[in-house]
Ligand binder design. Sequence first.
Ligand code: TTP
Ligand code: MG
Ligand code: MG
Length: 414
Amino acid sequence: MPIAPRRLIAHLDMDAFYASVELLRYPELRGQAVVIGGGRERQPMLRHDGTRRYASLRHYVGRGVVTTCTYEARAFGIHSAMGLMKAARLAPDAVLLPVDFDEYRLYSRRFKDAVKRIAPQIEDRGIDEIYIDLSEVPGAQNDAGAAAARALKDAVFEATGLRCSIAVAPNKLLAKIGSELDKPDGLTLLAEADITTRVWPLAARKVNGIGPKAAEKLAGFGLHTIGDVAAADPHWLLANFGRSYGAWLHAAAHGRDERAIVTHSEPKSISRETTFERDLHAVHDRHALSALFTQLCERLAGDLQRKGYAAQTLGIKLRFDDFKRVSRDVTLAAPVDAPQAIRTAAGSCLKRVDLSRRLRLIGVRATGLVPAARAASAEPPTPGDRGAAKSPSPTRHKWQVDLPFFSASDDGAV
Ligand code: TTP
Ligand code: MG
Ligand code: MG
């Protein structure tokens, strides 16, 4: 019998993710303290001479918080969730940029796709982080995953221009702790033998699963570091933190974690959206808009069919030239996955919106997903529809960005 390979689990987390994506389009800000947060009204202004004028933190008035910031801004003591006015006191000259989730989602997808081409076993943990099972990646067993991790960092940079930090460890718990040890642009190998020296001195809070409340309670007993928790009597932990959490605390502090990489999750929604390069008007650009809308519905149908789902509810999302957002949806009598049925349903939503302003973005979203097999009796797919699902990605229209996003936790934040 072949021996099972040693588990090599990596955790990858992008460095200053939203801020780094912004620096790709505003490279002149590299090296500066840049804070992401606040509303759209702080869009950089293009001057006549082609240079840009950025909002600085000093003029900020309001209750907004820092979403994230560059490492240069962190040097002033600024961090995520800090009030922008407090941040302004620490670094008045820092540049303030608004958040642009669509852009971050695009880069999130790009870096994950780049990783998957090298190591297909990944667990999505949110917009900027993933676990990766390197156990069976060729060569990884020879050097504890060092070369594979280096290759992943290079592939992410190649695909996105962004840096990330990776740790490789025997399990998810240690990998997650490890990826923070050498940020930014880190590559950390953490073995069981390193637990006492590298993990035990860290604050208990660094364990993913010890939240602020548990950390406070531990501190109340004088347990501050992971090592303190590891040294505590396991029976005492059970008595004070409950059987299940107490036992987990003991195991976690000793770096034990058997959880597998979860590579699949059922999607809650599948959607397609397009941001136009110039804003379009429902009447003046009717033909272009109608063709794009139909194309989006066809692509959504292709996505649904490829993934094997039919949708009970179809919705649209629109963003106007003043950045106002509108969404509408409709729940159907039977789930659908055919392009024409999706176009009809989405079209009925569009009729319920005042379209007097120009549009920046249009999106179509399928929710209430059911496995297509269960929906098949409601609407048998035509051969043409299935053909569309198999065809490669259609060529892009020159002024269109097509962003598919496929989310297990989409909350319909339209
Ligand atoms: P993080 O990975 O926690 O932070 P980061 O990528 O900005 O920086 P680091 O180099 O330390 O990893 O979060 C990823 C993104 O999630 C971050 O860029 C912005 C967003 N975010 C919030 O919206 N609110 C928050 O409180 C935090 C912590 C992050
Ligand atoms: Mg990050
Ligand atoms: Mg993260």
